[in-house]
Design a protein around this ligand. Structure first.
Ligand code: ATP
Ligand code: SF4
Ligand code: MG
Length: 334
């Protein structure tokens, strides 16, 4: 399969954005944070047409930032995002409608003052995908596609349940006829029973519409269910990438193993309901990432070399990519 979405050495740094007062205070010796946040560091990733890549990692590791970079909502500090060979951003502005996003909180992402039918049709009319005179029929088509009754097109967001609102947000994204969908925690705010319905809807739509998807979630079981490949992020970098079952069965990066081990488990024979093996150590600040391998202060396999030199990503074609010196050594010994 050929690459459809290509991220080439993408980085995003958030500057301190100091006010004039803060700059003066800093010069006078006051404690003002002047460092930049390295939210995404040198990420390269290729996604094939119709493929779903799940993106996981601890809070603050840069998942949403990476999603926003691919969606063209945020310009990168360096590097390029291409969709089907064309840049997503030109001169700092989103240059395509071919990528759309579904966010975690549908209530926040829908305009409370707009009828939902108008919300779904607004973008397509603005971009010439639908005629104004056909707005209602166009919105109705997408309402039906996501399992909603078009008689509700004249209602407002507050008149729907959380699951229905997320269906409206999906309809709004799909009405733009994208090739690529970025889903950022799309079921995290929903009841468990509703989550399953929305996940099944995603699976059906991505298959039928041949969507290329990046699916961000804290929930490893959701990611395992929906993804073809999984990417594990740590402190702004992808540390492991591979076919989802292969990675779950045999995680190769020490952080992946720790992340999977930290999922609560039901252990009935010990009369224990839940076991929670937390990952050793604190997540370092993206304001000052550690030297060498970013994971070395927490890694049980770290040696002196790991603290000095960061590992390059090693890729086995059609299989795994791993960013770890120890993995590279293991490969050489085989
Ligand atoms: N607009 C911004 N300005 C400054 N810092 C930001 C901005 N957006 C994100 N960050 C910082 O970048 C880092 C990565 O944030 P991001 O939201 O991408 O993480 P995440 O993996 O999506 O976290 P979560 O799982 O909690 O949603 C964090 O340290 C965050 O504080
Ligand atoms: S490079 Fe070293 S510190 Fe980093 S994950 Fe591998 S063994 Fe651990
Ligand atoms: Mg996020």
């Amino acid at each position: 399969m050929t690459d459809f979405v290509s991220l080439e050495n993408i980085s995003r740094v958030f500057g301190p954005n100091l006010t004039t007062g803060e700059k003066i205070a800093s010069k006078l010796g006051a404690t003002v944070e002047t460092r930049s946040i390295h939210a995404v560091s040198n990420v390269s990733l290729s996604v094939s047409k119709g493929e779903t890549v799940g993106l996981v990692g601890e809070s603050g590791c840069g998942k949403s930032t990476l999603g926003r970079l691919v969606a063209g909502i945020l310009p990168p500090s360096s590097g390029t995002v291409l969709i089907d060979g064309s840049p997503v951003i030109k001169d700092g502005v989103k240059a395509t409608t071919r990528v759309q996003t579904v966010f975690q909180d549908p209530f926040a992402s829908l305009d409370p003052r707009m009828k939902v039918g108008e919300t779904v049709a607004e973008g397509p009319i603005a971009h010439g995908l639908a005629k104004k005179s056909e707005a209602n029929a166009y919105a109705a088509k997408w309402f039906e596609r996501v399992g909603l009754d078009p008689v509700w097109l004249d209602r407002y967001p507050h008149q729907f349940s959380g699951g229905q609102r997320q269906r409206i947000a999906i309809a709004r994204a799909l009405a733009m006829q994208p090739d690529v969908l970025i889903c950022d925690e799309p079921v995290a705010s929903l009841d468990v029973s509703i989550q399953a319905q929305i996940i099944n809807l995603f699976l059906e739509l991505t298959r039928d519409l041949e969507l290329t998807t990046i699916f961000i979630s804290h929930d490893l079981s959701v990611v395992q269910h929906v993804s073809d490949r999984i990417a594990i992020m740590y402190l702004g970098q992808i540390v492991e990438l591979g076919p989802v079952d292969e990675v779950f069965e045999n995680p190769a990066h020490p952080y992946t193993a720790a992340l999977f081990g930290s999922v609560p488990k039901l252990v009935l024979d010990d009369h224990e309901l839940v076991r929670f093996d937390t990952i050793e150590g604190e997540v370092p600040s993206p304001l000052s990432p550690p030297s060498g391998c970013f994971y070395h202060p927490r890694c049980p396999l770290a040696d002196e070399h790991c603290a000095i030199t960061g590992p390059e990503m090693t890729t086995i074609p059609n299989s795994r990519s791993v960013t770890c010196h120890n993995y590279q050594r293991q490969l050489k010994q085989k």
